[in-house]
Write a protein that binds this ligand. Structure first.
Ligand SMILES: Nc1ncnc2c1ncn2[C@@H]1O[C@H](COP(=O)(O)OP(=O)(O)O)[C@@H](O)[C@H]1O
Ligand SMILES: [Mg+2]
Length: 241
């Protein structure tokens, strides 16, 4: 299989083949790739974004608000140096958002896939899973009550770590968390918002935590997403995270 958007990763010697398509959604298609041995990885996930005109629901003013301010502050020099990147940032491409968010969060020690490389319309990520396929979604996991309580703690801890980096996921649910070898990995980060510049951030934080608390309630773990969110938000406001 040869996918045009993945050619840069062949050219850079990062991947040697595309094994199969993992998932094709509204905004992106994810492929499982075989890594070249020197990279140290066995497989990579390649996420190919659809052209901007074809994308829909996330192309939403709520998520876009404050984005320029964020990027200006976060990486002004890079924008100035890499004109191509700066131009794409101006157009608000989700791909660049996702790559930057992954870089920041991975460096901060968050449980997100390591970003490996990016092209014009695709990003290459650490593969979560093994040769038989991608890790299951949290949705497919049936934890015991005790395991569910521990997993929810881990996930709330991740949301807290994101917020410490001034980021709110904005689309967090059991579908955007992978479960592998007993641990969680949060994926799908292009729409993250910065609460310093985005008025919807608190609402998105609350929705994210309500989603995950609702999911874990099925396994008998009672935690009120709303109050977890309020607690984190108050600490963030007081710079106590
Ligand atoms: N790093 C990864 N390793 C393995 N599988 C992945 C990885 N990233 C994404 N996937 C798979 O691809 C699917 C779609 O990726 P995601 O980033 O959630 O995009 P979207 O939901 O916007 O299509 C995920 O639900 C997961 O099954
Ligand atoms: Mg997703």
């Amino acid at each position: 299989m040869r996918i045009e958007a993945l050619e840069p990763f062949f050219d850079e010697g990062l991947i040697e083949s595309v094994i199969r398509q993992v998932k094709s959604g509204k905004e992106a298609t994810v492929y499982m790739c075989r890594a070249r041995p020197w990279t140290g990885g066995e497989f990579f996930a390649a996420k190919v974004y659809r052209p901007r005109e074809e994308r829909s629901f996330r192309n939403d003013a709520m998520y876009r608000e404050g984005r320029m301010a964020v990027l200006k502050e976060r990486d002004r020099r890079a924008v100035a140096k890499k004109t191509g990147w700066g131009r794409e940032v101006l157009f608000g491409q989700w791909l660049f958002q996702e790559y930057e968010n992954l870089k920041v969060l991975h460096a901060a020690g968050a449980r997100v896939p390591r970003p490996v490389a990016r092209g014009e319309s695709a990003v290459l990520l650490e593969w979560i899973g093994d040769e038989s396929g991608a890790a299951p979604h949290l949705r497919e996991v049936r934890p015991s009550h005790d395991d569910a309580a521990a997993l929810l703690d881990v996930l709330v801890g991740q949301v807290e770590l994101f917020l410490r980096e001034n980021l709110v996921h904005g689309d967090l649910s059991e579908y955007n968390v992978l479960f592998w070898q007993g641990g969680l990995t949060v994926i799908d980060l292009p729409q993250m918002v910065d609460p310093r510049f985005n008025h919807s951030a608190q609402r998105l934080l609350t929705r994210d935590l309500e989603n995950v608390c609702r999911y874990f309630a099925r396994f008998g773990v009672q935690r009120e997403g709303r109050w977890v969110a309020q607690g984190l938000w108050d600490r963030w406001l007081r710079s106590e995270l």
